[in-house]
Structures are given as structure tokens and as C-alpha cells.
Write a protein that binds this ligand. Structure first.
Ligand code: PLP
Length: 374
């Protein structure tokens, strides 16, 4: 029987915690204190502990978190405007925009055929005397090979900033995303594994000076009210979002566990000669922000699934080096990223998707032959 499986049901995700969220929001409303208050401090301490680092600075969104880290590093380390930051060509545009906004140069590197992530063999060929940082992205919820990336960065004496916007709770060798590099940026965009009810983001780091600079930059460059040490911006997380995130953080591990169970159902039940399943790490488990599959006839598959009532999305259809916004950068070749952009299709996955729904999606996928399903 035909069912309808949405890509993501945010209303349903929020409804599970309706009571706790309403109470938390009501408390902020009654307090009369809406920015830079206790709710933010509480969330920051809680999220820093969760990530296994000393410092967390709550900010306005993920793009600002990345931009602030890079800007702070540029200032603290005295990087020039031709300093280069290496990032994968296969990621969301925000990763590159942050580099540009910080007044640094993005250098796109290709990704691994095995796990779609930036890896040392492609990074090495992009390193120049101007390279100051690597910006690995833990895409789809899967951690990059951080031990190898950190080793390479140490050899060259360059920094590592993790884009952990899709990897809340992901671990590599028992160490969370954000605890590997100099710092990491998180996004709490509503659809992420830990989502606010609006925009929010965070910077996590072990480096006290870096955290302090990020905090100052995000608050008009002030270290003390009306004393502006730096050319800052207004990139703060508000109290209401912080209070909501503190509530939702308690459910993150269980939500991620549910995502992993659904992912293993997909892996068990999808059998199709034209469809390639995502990499599944043997030791480093993904938190499956996205469940990507790969198919040469992607458009036909997507149409077929739509006819079966299954909503899908493409993450992402155009690699960064092919985006118009970056047409003026030196040409580069990233064949793996290009192939992923042409073949990737994201199946529904979420903390409230049921096993029955996943099995229905598997049936729909397996029935892909260009024929409508019954
Ligand atoms: C969502 C996302 C961002 C940006 O986060 P926003 O909060 O939307 O600004 C950055 N990088 C990646 C990989 C993302 O998925």
C-alpha cells in the first residue's frame, strides 16, 4: 500500500519535548533577560562537557561559528590575506563562505571515494607555503580520519578547524567531533541532529585565548561593555535558543542511536544492482545526519521514490569548485566530488522515523526499475 514518508518532520521532532521546551522558554520570558545570560552560560558549559573540551561559545549560527573561529585564528596568529585554508569540494557552501568572510583563501580538495570525506592523500597535494589551516567537514555525520589529518597538520605546523555542523555526538576513537582540532564549529539549524527552533551555532575549543577572542568578536569586539578592542560583529546566540538546546541536548545520544538503527536497516534491506550504499565505518560510527545512497540514474530514482510517496533530497548537486560564487578562483580538478554531486540521493532519516517507514522506503528503492510502484 502506498504510504507517505516525509524527508524530515520537524514538527513531530519538536512535539516530543513540547512540555519541557515550553517550560524552558517560559522561564526565559519571565526572567526578562534575553541575551548573554544564564541560559546561554548553562548551555555552553553543558555542550563543552558533552564535546569533551573546556570551552564553548554559543553564537548566531554555524556559518558565523566557522567565520568567527577563522577570524580569531587569523588575528591571534597574524595570518595575512593570502593565507590559504584547505577544505573539501564536497560540502555545504557555508564551509567555503566562512573562509572567504574571514578574509582568507579557500583551496578546494577532492574527497575520498570510500567515505566522501577530505583525507590526507588529497590534502597533501593542496598544501603550499601559504597553507595555514585545514578545514575537514564531518559530512553526513561521519567523522573524517582525524588521527591522520592531525598528524599531517602537525608535520606542517598548521591548524585544524573542524566543521562539525552535521556531526553532533560523532566520535572517532572515543573522542568527539570538536575535540580533535584547534577548534570546531557547530550549527544548530533546526534540521541538524541537535537543532534549535531558529538559527544558532557554537564554537568549541580547548584553547582559552581562542574562545575568549571568539566571544569578544561575536559581541561587537568588546571585552567590556563599550570598550571595543576588535572590529567585531553581532553574532550572539539568544537565551531562548540556548534554553531550548539545553533541553534537547539530553536526548541527542538516544536520537543518534535511533538514526544508527535505521541506517543499519537500510543497509540490510536495500538490494539493488544500480544503488551503492554509504560507507559504514568499522570503528568510527556515523551519527547519520544524512543517509546518502548513490545511483547513476539519480533523477529517475528520485522521481520513482516521489511516486511511491517517499521524499528525498540531494546533498549537494554542485561541488564548491563548480559554484558560480567561486568562479574566479584558480581552476581545480575534483573528480570524486563531481561524481558524488551527480549521483548522491539522501533518503529520509530522523529520530522519529519508524522502522516500518524505513522498510517501506527500502521496498520502494528495491522496486526501482522505471516502473511505477503499486
Ligand atoms: C548546516 C551547515 C553549516 C552552516 O550552518 P548554519 O547554522 O546553517 O549557518 C556549515 N557547514 C555544514 C557542513 C553544514 O551542514
Amino acid at each position: 500500500m502506498k504510504q507517505s514518508v516525509p524527508f524530515l518532520n520537524l514538527q513531530g521532532i519538536t512535539q516530543r519535548h513540547q512540555t519541557e521546551i515550553s517550560e524552558a522558554v517560559q522561564q526565559v520570558i519571565s526572567s526578562g533577560w534575553y541575551l548573554n545570560g544564564e541560559s546561554l552560560a548553562r548551555f555552553e558549559a553543558k555542550f563543552a562537557r558533552y564535546c569533551g573540551v573546556q570551552w564553548c561559545v554559543g553564537v548566531s549560527n554555524g556559518l558565523d561559528a566557522l567565520t568567527l573561529v577563522l577570524t580569531a585564528l587569523k588575528q591571534l596568529k597574524g595570518w595575512s590575506d593570502d593565507a590559504e585554508v584547505i577544505l573539501p569540494a564536497h560540502t555545504f557552501i557555508a564551509t567555503a563562505l566562512a573562509v572567504t568572510r574571514a578574509g582568507l583563501r579557500p583551496v578546494f580538495c577532492d574527497v575520498s571515494e570510500q567515505n566522501y570525506l577530505m583525507h590526507v592523500s588529497t590534502i597533501a597535494s593542496c598544501i603550499t607555503p601559504q597553507t595555514r589551516a585545514l578545514l575537514p567537514v564531518h559530512l553526513y555525520g561521519q567523522m573524517c580520519n582525524m588521527p591522520e589529518i592531525m598528524k599531517l597538520a602537525d608535520e606542517y605546523g598548521i591548524d585544524v578547524v573542524e566543521d562539525a555542523a552535521q556531526a553532533h555526538g560523532a566520535k572517532s576513537q572515543e573522542q568527539k567531533a570538536g575535540a580533535w582540532g584547534t577548534a570546531a564549529a557547530y550549527s544548530f539549524y533546526p534540521g541538524k541532529n541537535l537543532g534549535a527552533l531558529g538559527d544558532a551555532g557554537a564554537v568549541v575549543t580547548r584553547d582559552a585565548a581562542l574562545a575568549e577572542r571568539v566571544r569578544a568578536l561575536a559581541n561587537y569586539g568588546a571585552t567590556q561593555k563599550y570598550h571595543h578592542e576588535f572590529v567585531g560583529c553581532n553574532c550572539r546566540m539568544d537565551e531562548i535558543q540556548a534554553a531550548i538546546l539545553s533541553v534537547k541536548l539530553d536526548f541527542l545520544d538516544a536520537d543518534n542511536e535511533h538514526r544508527r538503527e535505521l541506517a543499519s536497516l537500510y543497509a540490510q534491506h536495500i538490494h539493488h544492482p544500480e544503488i551503492v550504499l554509504p560507507y559504514s565505518g568499522e570503528t568510527d560510527e556515523s551519527v547519520f545526519h544524512i543517509y546518502p545512497i548513490f545511483c547513476e540514474r539519480r533523477e529517475a530514482l528520485q522521481k520513482h521514490l516521489e511516486r511511491c510517496g517517499v521524499s528525498t533530497l540531494v546533498h549537494y548537486p554542485i561541488p564548491l569548485h563548480r559554484q558560480n560564487a567561486y568562479k574566479d578562483l584558480p581552476a581545480c580538478s575534483c573528480p570524486v566530488a563531481e561524481r558524488l554531486a551527480d549521483t548522491e540521493l539522501s533518503l529520509p532519516i530522523s529520530p522519529i522515523l519508524t522502522k516500518e517507514e524505513v522498510l517501506y522506503v527500502c521496498e520502494a528503492v528495491n522496486s526501482f526499475r522505471g516502473k511505477p510502484c503499486r
